[in-house]
Design a protein around this ligand. Structure first.
Ligand SMILES: [Zn+2]
Length: 329
């Protein structure tokens, strides 16, 4: 099994699966542990944050302390179409989604459809959670993929992120438990016991519903339908990759669709993360101190089409990670 994203969901899933005795786990994450993660990311400690350990390293230490017999393959990388086939080995039977961004989630959907393996999708934001296990290896009645349900990811900068909206720890536990349970059902050969539905809830307002997914597989789905484009896996999804643009500066390209961001509400979301300035055409966030592993304190300038210049690092994946957390991608 592979868990992609070792944030709140990834920690919850890995803890449950390790204690269940799954024997082998592949974990992938590009970030380091920060003190603000500890409220919801249950594998990590104050010492991990103080040492600025990569999340996969801190997670591996903890998981091996729980079960010394567990084999952990950990990858501290930014998952892209170029490395995903290498990082998620061919022997992986199930992929569990612990990602914090849509770009990686849609890449995983393409990979799982291509290989015909299940994707345990999950997401938590603020007090809300969502979970569904998608099985592209099953029949037309039950084999919907993520893009059958949500054809396109929302444009960058148009949705709140875990770092700007926060996450209620207990909501994470529910989604992670449901994902881990489904993975165990699949591992034990009980795929027929999967619920074939999308769970949605808001713990704060006590709302909960299940959407029946049977019959939602689409013949014209851009991923699993007749066209089978799989743009995210082939790198042809129209996104120019982030790249270095000058000393200690990385450019994150804008929305390929040209969708505009509401800069005023973005400025409000960023207000608790540093000094925010701007105008009608951009918003700038200046952080007070350098993040672990960064050369300087981050300065992010975001334009209305989602394009951003991230200063303070020359590491493209660090810049991309911060953009995903604060702006959303
Ligand atoms: Zn599909």
């Amino acid at each position: 099994m592979a868990i992609v994203g070792m944030g709140a969901l990834g920690c919850g899933i890995a803890d449950l699966l390790a204690r269940a005795g799954v024997g082998m786990l592949t974990i992938v994450d590009r970030d380091v542990v920060e003190i603000t993660n500890l409220q919801r990311q249950t594998l990590y400690t104050n010492e991990d944050a103080a040492a600025g350990l990569p999340k996969v390293q801190a997670a591996q230490n903890r998981l091996l302390a729980i079960d010394p017999g567990l084999t952990v393959r950990s990858h501290a990388v930014d998952l892209t179409h170029l490395n995903v086939n290498q990082m998620i080995e061919k022997s992986v039977q199930v992929v569990l989604d612990g990602t914090d961004n849509f770009a990686t989630r849609y890449l995983l959907n393409d990979l799982c459809v291509e290989r015909g393996i299940p994707l345990c999708y999950g997401g938590v934001i603020a007090t809300r959670g969502m979970q569904a296990t998608l099985t592209p290896n099953s029949d037309a009645e039950t084999g919907a993929c993520l893009r059958c349900l949500f054809e396109e990811p929302p444009p960058a900068g148009t949705t709140p992120t875990c770092d700007t909206a926060g996450v209620l720890g207990p909501a994470v536990s529910i989604v992670a438990a449901a994902q881990a349970t489904d993975a165990l059902k699949i591992l034990l050969g009980h795929q027929h016991l999967l619920s074939r539905s999308l769970l949605e809830f808001d713990l704060w307002s006590n709302q909960r519903r299940r959407v029946d997914l049977r019959g939602s597989k689409r013949v014209d789905c851009p991923c699993c339908g007749v066209h089978r484009k799989r743009e995210f896996l082939s790198g042809r999804n129209g996104d120019e990759p982030p790249h270095l643009c000058g000393q200690l500066a990385v450019q994150i390209p804008g929305n390929p669709s040209g969708t505009k961001i509401d800069l005023e509400s973005l400025a409000q979301r960023l207000a608790s993360h540093g000094r925010v300035t701007g105008s009608k055409v951009f918003v700038r966030l200046e952080q007070a101190s350098a993040l672990p592993g960064w050369k300087n304190a981050a300065v992010i300038t975001v334009f209305a089409d989602g394009r951003a210049i991230v200063r303070g690092t020359e590491d493209v994946s660090q810049a991309k990670g911060l953009y995903a957390k604060l702006i959303g991608m």
